[in-house]
Design a protein around this ligand. Sequence first.
Ligand SMILES: [Zn+2]
Length: 311
Amino acid sequence: MINDTTLLLGLDGVTVTRVVAAGEEPQDGPVVHLATDDERARFCPQCGVAAVRMKEWVTTRPRDLPVGGRRCTLRWRKRRWRCDQASCPRQTFTEQVPQIPARSRLTRRLRQASGAAVGDGGRTVIHSARDHGVSWPIVSAAFTEHAHRVLPAQPELVTVLGIDEVRRGRPRWMLDEATGTWTAAVDRWHTGFVDLSGEQGLLGQVEGRTIAAVTGWLNQRDPAWRQQVAFVAIDMCTIFKAAVRAVLPQATLVVDHFHIVQLANQALTEVRRRVTVQIRGRRGRKGYREWELRNRLRSPDARLSTGSDGR
Ligand SMILES: [Zn+2]
């Protein structure tokens, strides 16, 4: 039975039987009563045979997207069926439709919208949770599902791969009851994999910066993908070096130019510090030319002048 209100709600598998006007409170939307409108709802989820004996009526209140800007309260009156198949361990089950899975307290489209708001709408998880009236763990899981749906299973081929460590939030510790020691449950260091020759950007990120974390991600790629990698840019980290040597033996290791410059500057500053102390008998300060010059190498070209002071 398709009626106007059912069309307006547009929730597949259920039909609107009546709508009761909003309650007293301003936040109360109309109450929308639903009935099942999907023949498949009576098929036992365990054995797949259509049930014929009804046990009882039950009412659920799945949350849904707003309709016309107002959040409606849904009341779905549905059947609990008995499964009479002798071989089926399931005795009873309630009706479910793809948009409202069994035991789910929200419609699939509400869940998907909360995840898409983060993935495509640029909202934070907390914002999306507030906008959609759901908890943040639900949005977080929905965002992960959304990402899996829209991202390719395998990245495209990469010729120059970048691997670097990424610091992410705070570590979490877990108490091992048996031994009484604390172990890291969440590593604050992640390893990121970046496409440096193409335009794919960040290819993946895994928790931890261990050899196993790096080789684990690389081994999930196709052999053809791994074979294609000709260069790998890393910082001067022995963990990444060992992991790349093990999994991408054909690739040439390249040390990221930023990290070399950073190390060279650190070494030079160390020499300045030592020489300043040797000559002046105290640590570097304003007015000591050799000490003042230490930031010169870190200045961008545009800020370096060729003035009369010999720069
Ligand atoms: Zn069954």
